[in-house]
Design a protein. Sequence first.
Length: 637
Amino acid sequence: MHERAPSPIHHHADAQSRPASFRTRLVLAGLFALAGFALLGWRMLHLQLVHGARYALQADGNRIAVAPIEPARGAILDRNGVVLAHNQFTHTLEITLSQLDDTVDHVIDELATLVSINHADRARFHKLRNDYKRMDAVPIRSGLTDEEVARFTAQRFRFPGVDVGVQTFRHYPLGSTAAHVVGYVGRISDPDRTRIAALSDKNGTTSDAYDPRRDANNYSGADSIGKIGVEQHYETELRGLTGFEQVETTAGGRPVRTLSRTPSSPGNNLVLSIDAGLQRYAEQTFAGRRGALVAIEPATGEILAFVSAPAFDPNAFVGGIDQSTWSALSQSPDHPLLNRPLQGIYPPGSTYKPFMALAALTLGARTPQWAFLDPGHYKVGNQVFRNDVPTGHGRVDLHRAITVSNNTYFYMLAHEMGVDAIAQFMKPWSFGQLTGIDIAGEARGVLPSTEWKRQAFPRQPQWYEGDTVSLGNGQGYNAFTILQLAHAVATLANDGVAMTPRLVRAIENPRSGERTARAPLERARIDVRQQDLDIVKRAMQDANMHRSGTAYGTFKDAPFSSAGKTGTSQVFSLRGAQYRKDVVAEHLRDHALYVGYAPAEQPRIAVAVIIENGGWGRVAAPVAREVMARWLAQDGA
């Protein structure tokens, strides 16, 4: 069989069709490429013209960091310019986690061969690192000495991501002096952030004008805030205004150059009414005992001394308190963290009697001349309420009842007046009420009434006669703060004009030094007759200066006139015959109290004191005398 030769005509046709097919594919590929470039061009044009501004801003955000500039916190001064709180600068060893080329623990171990880093420093660092971004520098050790800085600097090349910075920290140069008044700053916590956000939301929405210091943005970059005392209550004044700077950074976050800068504004200084010398002296008079003291200038309401004993060193809280120190403070049976004048509530004991006497005169329950023969006790039903002198004080009128501190007189008086009449009279004196002092956390205490008992004891709401009798002697349900007692006796000394207690007397501009004084604020004018006030005040003067007075032994040779009242309040109920200081456990002994003012004719200082478990009211009176004498001597008496 012979094969057929290919047709030359067909071969020529295939050769002609190949160039046409190739051209077609080439045209189609060109059109596709052109369409792609057109689409890409359109997209680029769209991004440039429509979204250009937005993406340019994002690009800037990738290369520009906005760094907050924290303002200098205002200083806190006493009335004479003594510094109670200010800022100090210190060298700080800082670790930036994102720049480390080794494990953080190994880096710290190596650093510890150059500078002292203890267990507390390590624990604090690991706690803090959770609150910082990886790009932030986290302090591992503050307060480096010059020698430590030099040692590290010489070996700096070995530690990428570690550097020495300068840090501002709060310092309290007088340590524990006035610690409960001044307070302290600490790291911002979640509750703090919640409070900042709430204040920011309300800022400018009420009748008050918008204040940029209360804006949440003002805390950008901040890591500390006032926690208690004046540091907390006047946070807005002390804080100042945060500044900002725009910094160009590399992709790794390293700063290259500063593009713009808005400086911060320092916080205002606070001038307190406290006298640091008097405060320290008053604290020393407690000599290791637990208790509280408040001294007030009656005419202005200014707090001259505010003692809570024992106290604590606020410097321990700056930068974060270590666990062992916190445990020692929080678990101490002496409760040094408790602000006793502000938050401790106690029965007032016999210091309540002058106010009971004034209530009797004002409400017409007694006249100054009314008297009775004291049998040494008062009986209601089967209950017997005893005097501290079993045989009684003989013939007792209102003046003698205050001077010798006769219980029977006031048992009888309270029973006749009734609890609601007593409560109504006592309320304007701020017993069981908030005084309005300018720090947070004030306890209200208890001013008992029939309505109060219904609310406090819904299962046993009935008020009994015996409940009323003990109120006259400052016992029973009565429970007040030492601040309330001091405020009440200052109001008495000021002839019934109640001035709001205050700790800050002026706000100072740190740049100009200009001070804006805070004017005294009258709280109330209590509706009492001057002749009744004079009767009670003369009796209180004899309690200090007449040989029959309960505080005569303390004030008999004082170089100034004074008026006051001792008091003893029960901690644990014991029969009078069984109470002996030497056999009763210290924590069960009675509290010793004293209230008074001096000079008697023109009072310039009013004082309330409690010595916890002191045993007798006479124990507190010498503390008050020492504080009065010190103030009157330096005040030009």
